[in-house]
Design a protein around this ligand. Sequence first.
Ligand code: 7JV
Ligand code: MG
Length: 214
Amino acid sequence: TGSSRPQRMLKAVQKNATKGDPQSVISAIDYYCRHKEWAMNVGDDKGLILDSVLTEVNPSTALELGTYCGYSTVRIARLLSPGSKLITVEFNPAFAEVAHQIIAYAGLQDKVTLVEGPSGDLIPKMKEQFGIKYFDFVFLDHWKDRYVPDTKLLEDCGLLKKGTVLLADNVICPGAPEYLKYVRNSPRYESRYYKSNLEYTKVEDGLEKSVFLG
Ligand SMILES: COCc1ccccc1-c1cc(O)c2[nH]cnc(=O)c2c1
Ligand SMILES: [Mg+2]
C-alpha cells in the first residue's frame, strides 16, 4: 500500500522546512500543495486573513475545529502570545497522526493540545477536561454540516463570551449556507464576509468572521 496525501505532505515538510521554524513549515506546505499536490489546508491567501484576524484578537484561549494536517494549527499557534493555548479537534486518526508530527516539527507542541474525536462529543467536555472557561477565538474548518450544531453547542456550554470571534472557512466553497444564515440573522452575532479564494486555486471562497455579542 502506498503513502497517503497527508504522509506525502509531512515528507515535504521534513525535506524542505527547518525544524523549529513555523514559517518555513507553512511555506513548505504551501509550495507542495500549489505545485505538487492540492490539499485542503486553509492556504496562503485565506491564511493571510486568518493571520490578521488572529493578530487583532490576540486570543488567550483558541479552539480549532478540523486540524487536518496541522497547517492552520501552525498558522494560529505561531501568532499566540506566551502562555496562550490552542485546542485543536480532529475526528480522523490518520490526519491527527500527521498533524502531531507537523506541529512538533514547527516546535509548537507546547502551545497546542490536539484532541482526537467528534467535535460534538468533545465540546461539552472542554471545561472539565481542559480547564477552559471560554474561548476568545474559534476557527471552524471541519465538516460544513457541523458548523451550526457546534456553534450552538459552544453557546449552550457557555464557552463563548462577549467579544469571542468565530472565523469560519469554506463558507462559499464547498459552502456553508445554513451557517451563513444562522450567524447573519442572529441578533447575537455581528458578521462580516472576507472574500478570498479556495486554497491554491482561482475559485472563489471566503471566511466569515462573526463576533459573539453575549
Ligand atoms: C474533501 O474536500 C476537499 C475539497 C474539494 C473541493 C473544494 C473544497 C474542498 C474543501 C476545502 C476545504 O478548505 C475544507 N476544509 C475543511 N474540511 C473540508 O472538508 C474541506 C473541503
Ligand atoms: Mg477549509
